[in-house]
Design a protein around this ligand. Structure first.
Ligand SMILES: [Zn+2]
Length: 215
């Protein structure tokens, strides 16, 4: 038996809070990981990380896609990635609110999904590899197809926004009980626990309610 070269990595992506603290957030689906490259949803997630084609290549490497993708992205594909991300964001928010999806957004996703997706291959030793020369267009197709499966699949009604009022992170709850409330226990889950504890123990007027800072 050969040793596994790498352990299965934890799912999700590493994010940075406005104060610079790192935490891991697993939104539960590839298409939702693309939303983490920007903040279409308002404070405090104001940033854009897809500034040049290499940024999309880096996102793909950090995403839940298997490693080793030989990806080359062009400027036009980067622009389409931002358009797809915007459509996915509005669809995700609509789903989380129980609203209908906008036809203009589903059209963006469906057009991206219609292109040929990323292709995997098997080696003679039974290893999974990516087929050579993956394009940004193929990457976007794979992301869009993931979105089609998510928004039409059994977990479509489990797309949610983190319950913390100041948090705009969205995820699909893939847990068996289906009671996931927070983006990450290491962020909003713990902050909620700390606040609940303070609320139980605070005396009136001691300023405990003011301490809203991050852990
Ligand atoms: Zn949160």
């Amino acid at each position: 038996m050969t040793e596994r070269a790498t352990e299965t990595p934890e799912p999700g992506m590493v994010l940075r809070t406005p104060r610079g603290r790192l935490f891991r957030f697993d939104p539960g689906a590839l298409c939702l990981e693309l939303l983490l490259t920007s903040d279409p949803g308002g404070l405090p997630w104001t940033y854009e990380t897809l500034r040049e084609p290499a940024d999309l290549v880096r996102w793909a490497a950090e995403s839940r896609l298997p490693d080793g993708l030989p990806l080359v992205v062009g400027d036009e594909e980067l622009e389409r990635a931002r358009v797809l991300r915007g459509a996915l964001w509005r669809m995700t928010r609509a789903r989380a609110r129980g609203e209908e999806l906008a036809p203009a957004d589903t059209q963006v996703v469906n057009e991206a999904a219609a292109a040929p997706p990323l292709v995997a291959a098997v080696t003679p030793s039974g290893e999974r590899v990516w087929a050579p020369a993956a394009t940004g267009s193929a990457l976007l197709s794979t992301v869009a197809r993931d979105a089609v499966e998510l928004f039409t699949g059994p977990n479509a009604h489990r797309v949610r926004e983190c319950e913390a009022v100041e948090c705009a992170l969205h995820f699909v709850d893939t847990s068996r009980p289906g009671r996931r409330r927070w983006c990450a226990m290491g962020r909003c889950g713990n902050r909620h626990k700390v606040r609940a504890h303070r609320a139980r123990t605070a005396l009136p007027g001691d300023g405990a309610g003011r301490a809203e800072g991050e852990a």
